[in-house]
Ligand binder design. Structure first.
Ligand code: PLP
Length: 411
């Protein structure tokens, strides 16, 4: 296990980045916003679990099951400390950000929303933080309101007080936009919501921030925080919903089944306390253990170091792309996360992405599960470049050469 990580050589910890060579060209992976690659330690821990210790959790008194239960719960503690939750009981395992947001919508929303209540989201949301609210709003007769975004891709914060009423029950905002990279000032937004609305509960979609900057849920004072393992160097199929304990306690279960009950009879079933109440059925055990390892790994490297490295790459990409007149960078937010979207004059993003793929450069093209953002900026799609701790300048250089080729080809 690597203990002394060097940021310069961190790429060596990622097997995929070393192996994926096409036409003798190394893999330029510029799609970490979609998902991150996995360091060897995460792969190894999951491999060890399946090959050496595999058994179920919380269901056996035999030794390997007890050991598995301990490793599983240790991961929960690791994650709680990573976001400074007051207790590991505030950490609910889900299958990802989408499931975490849906859990709040279908449990908290279904119990507490009344006809005429309001849900406030922003114009920069991923579909995962729009559609669940639309569905529950329709079922409950609630209204969806939207904080607008300006031409630079900053949310129009001055509008927030006007959009809050005593009927606002839920405010759900992304920390970092997966399209424009806008880092929303969530601390300021949360304070504004607290000042103008007594009833609103606040959910932060941290899918795009959790692996890039330190998040302290107590300092932020958010009620819920949702994120995915696969975007933070961990496995797919696992995510987290953080919720303040008294809120989780007030919420009914969404799924019924094994391990979420206190007692079951045909007359009356009572439910376990959170987080077990929301974790019906056999959980993704290896994935939880893998996520625990990813969090340990992130802590060892340090989010401040990661942020510094990624900011350097981002600045370099912006300076290089800005020199090409045919490249338009979408938005100019006050603070930008480790990603940027561009459009190319007269060239569709998919065409460009295919040419980049010929050069073994992985980027994302399309609407990025955020169609309202495309509509707001009046574009069909963008080409998105996104970075992780392993990103290097040569990847930007290669992308730039390929983009110049695209421009020559399609002009
Ligand atoms: N929210 C944001 C801002 C995202 O970027 C994503 C994924 O791209 C999601 C939510 C959904 O995450 P998942 O697909 O892991 O549930």
């Amino acid at each position: 296990r690597v203990m002394n990580h060097s940021l310069e050589n961190i790429r060596a910890e990622f097997p995929v980045l070393a192996q994926n060579i096409k036409n003798a060209k190394p893999f330029a992976f510029l799609d970490s916003t979609a998902t991150t690659q996995k360091p060897m330690t995460v792969i190894q821990v999951m491999h060890d679990f399946y090959t050496k210790h595999y058994s179920s959790v919380k269901r056996g008194v035999y030794q390997s099951s007890e050991k598995t239960t301990q490793a599983f719960e240790k991961a929960r503690k690791e994650i709680a400390s990573f976001i400074n939750a007051t207790s590991e009981n505030e950490i609910v395992f889900t299958s990802g950000t989408t499931a975490s947001i849906n859990l709040v919508a279908w449990s908290y929303g279904r119990k507490f929303l009344q006809p005429g209540d309001e849900i406030l989201i922003s114009a920069l949301e991923h579909h995962a933080n729009i559609v669940p609210w639309q569905l529950i709003a329709e079922e409950k007769g609630a209204l969806l309101r939207v904080i607008p975004v300006d031409d630079q891709a900053n949310l129009v914060l001055e509008k927030i007080p006007e959009l809050l009423t005593e009927k606002t029950k839920i405010v759900a905002i992304t920390h970092i936009s997966n399209v424009t990279g806008t880092v929303n000032p969530i601390k300021e937004i949360i304070q504004t919501v607290r000042n103008f609305s007594k009833n609103a509960k606040i959910l932060i979609d941290a899918a795009q921030s959790i692996a890039h900057q330190k998040i302290d849920v107590q300092e932020l004072d958010c009620d819920f925080l949702a994120f995915s393992g696969h975007k933070m160097y961990g496995p797919t199929g696992i995510g987290v919903l953080f919720g303040k304990y008294e809120l989780l306690e007030s919420m009914p279960p969404l799924f019924g089944g094994g391990e979420m009950i206190k007692s079951v009879s045909f007359e009356k079933t009572t439910f376990a306390a959170p987080p077990a109440r929301f974790e019906a059925g056999t959980p993704p055990i290896a994935e939880v253990i893998g996520l625990g390892e990813a969090v340990k790994w992130l802590k060892e490297i340090g989010l401040d170091n990661i942020h510094r490295k990624e900011s350097g790459i981002l600045e370099y990409a912006i300076s290089q792309f800005s020199e090409i007149p045919e490249i338009h960078i979408l938005g100019n937010p006050k603070e930008r996360g480790a990603l940027l979207s561009i459009t190319l004059e007269g060239i569709h993003a998919h065409d460009a992405a295919m040419i980049l793929d010929e050069e073994n450069i992985a980027v994302r093209s399309g609407h990025h599960c955020a169609e309202p953002v495309m509509k707001r900026f009046n574009i069909p799609a963008t080409l998105r470049f996104s970075f992780g701790v392993y990103s290097e300048k040569w990847e930007i250089d290669r992308a730039l050469i390929a983009l110049k080729r695209v421009i020559r080809l399609f002009k």
